[in-house]
Design a protein around this ligand. Structure first.
Ligand code: MN
Length: 176
């Protein structure tokens, strides 16, 4: 709805400007399994044209009773969501990066995600291949807690063990 006016004013067969899509439709997230000095999972979500990022040392869970520590890291460019490969030794974050999960997300609240971020509590509905349904990130001191919300997708299944490979290439960390 917010982009209705933007779209009405433009002829996209003539202009190369991007067609305005409803925000929610092009909102993406990625979880990258990163075999750096310590194996961890980087959760990234698009907000205002960048990927807001957290490192989750023990990885995400589909079980609402598992609170996962999430350490905020620097914003990443949108293109990073497709990066899978090896960061050479001696470089920042050296090690193998796998696209462990990826998909779109919805913001179920009226408040924008950037506003929610400022307030230290975000709620998103993830539509990944592995992570599905409601998740919340809550700031506690310097760090955040990543948690699955109770819904029909919640489960006790150990997705880290049962679905260890890339959603992009199907490869394992060793194969990348
Ligand atoms: Mn990392």
């Amino acid at each position: 709805m917010a982009l209705e006016e933007y779209n009405k004013k433009r002829d996209f067969s003539k202009s190369k400007e991007p067609k305005g899509k409803e925000g929610e439709d092009k909102q993406i997230f990625v979880v990258q399994k990163h075999d750096a000095s310590n194996l961890h999972y980087d959760f990234r979500i698009s907000v205002d044209g960048v990927l807001k990022s957290w490192a989750i040392p023990k990885g995400p869970s589909m079980n609402p009773s598992n609170k996962k520590l999430a350490i905020p890291t620097e914003d990443h460019p949108m293109d990073y969501a497709d990066f899978e490969g090896t960061v050479p030794e001696g470089q920042y974050g050296a090690g193998t990066v796998m696209v462990w999960d990826k998909g779109e997300y919805e913001n179920p609240k009226d408040k924008s995600l950037s506003e929610q971020l400022k307030e230290g509590h975000i709620t998103v509905k993830l539509k990944g291949e592995k992570l599905k349904g409601g998740f919340a990130l809550t700031k506690i001191g310097k760090n955040w807690i990543f948690i699955k919300m109770k819904d029909e997708h919640a489960s006790e299944k150990d997705i880290l063990k049962e679905e260890p490979n890339s959603v992009l290439s199907g490869k394992s960390l060793e194969e990348i």
